[in-house]
Ligand binder design. Structure first.
Ligand code: NAP
Length: 250
């Protein structure tokens, strides 16, 4: 029995992606800190398809040891797809940013993602049909003044995953590494990034996607042979090859 792992599936893009993969008949391993939200998601998935297996695992990915524990706890499962979606932002100018929040962000967005990506490709490089999808951001390809540390963390996700995709291609590995780069999406993300209660997207954002739309783009990326799925400045979703220049042969 094969499974899709989705980190950060207790809300937003991860939650809707879990529902979209469930609609595709995929068994799921859903991961986040909030158990109540994961249990709610599991019930919803089982309403869609009661034959699916849904495994709940709580993990705080700002504690990098917990990334190792999460992976080790999943050794008994056959993992077809691993989606590193958990992430957070800090929407402030560098001089004003809350360093504790930035440290947490770097551990979730960069360190845990790197640990989980490495362990997954190490075990599954030669398994046909496997995919690693890392969630970056459109801000992983353009620097956002006022959210520079977040943007830089997503530059890391994009560069790391594009480079990994190249290494895997050169080795003739069977696993594919891909990047989803959303632009503004209506989730809990902005509330937490700028510490507000209920950000009004309709009132303040000329364009944005819903989490359900973004989950649809995730599925399009999953189905494609391209490495990058990115939302452009017009809010169109594009599937394309890697964006960063690559230096080979070192
Ligand atoms: N929304 C946007 O505008 C936007 C744009 C571009 C990229 N993205 C990226 O999309 C991804 C998903 O974000 P979202 O928009 O869906 O935001 P969200 O609704 O805030 O969801 C974030 C998810 O990450 C999990 N998470 C956060 N900290 C965690 C931790 N320490 N340990 C484990 N899980 C943790 C949360 O679960 P718990 O709180 O339950 O742990 C939640 O499930 C993120 O990587 C984000 O950077 C979002």
């Amino acid at each position: 029995m094969k499974y899709t792992v989705i980190t950060g599936s207790s809300s937003g893009i991860g939650y809707e992606t879990a529902l979209a993969f469930a609609a595709r008949g995929k068994n799921l391993i859903i991961v986040a800190r909030r158990l109540d939200k994961l249990e709610e998601l599991k019930s919803k998935i089982q309403e869609i398809n009661s034959d699916l297996n849904v495994v709940i695992l709580t993990s705080d990915l700002s504690v990098t040891d917990q990334a190792y524990t999460l992976y080790n706890n999943l050794k008994e499962y056959q993992i077809e797809t691993w989606i590193n979606n958990a992430g957070l932002g800090e929407g402030s100018f560098v001089a004003d940013q809350k360093l504790e929040k930035v440290e947490t962000m770097l551990r979730v967005n960069i360190e845990s993602l790197t640990i989980l990506s490495t362990l997954y490709v190490r075990d599954y490089a030669d398994v046909e049909g496997t995919q690693l999808i890392n969630v970056s951001s459109a801000l992983g390809y353009v620097i956002a003044v006022g959210s520079v540390a977040y943007s830089a963390s997503k530059y890391y996700v994009s560069a790391f995953t594009e480079g990994l995709a190249k290494e895997l291609e050169q080795k003739g590995a069977k696993i594919k590494a891909k990047i989803l780069a959303p632009a503004i999406t209506e989730t809990e993300f902005l509330n937490k990034s700028i510490d507000v209660k209920d950000f009004d997207y309709k009132a303040h954002m000329p364009k944005y996607h819903t989490a359900k739309q973004m989950a649809g783009f995730m599925v399009e990326l999953y189905d494609s042979n391209e490495v990058v799925g990115i939302v452009d400045q017009n809010y169109d979703f594009n599937l394309r090859g890697p964006i960063y220049p690559i230096l080979e042969g070192l």
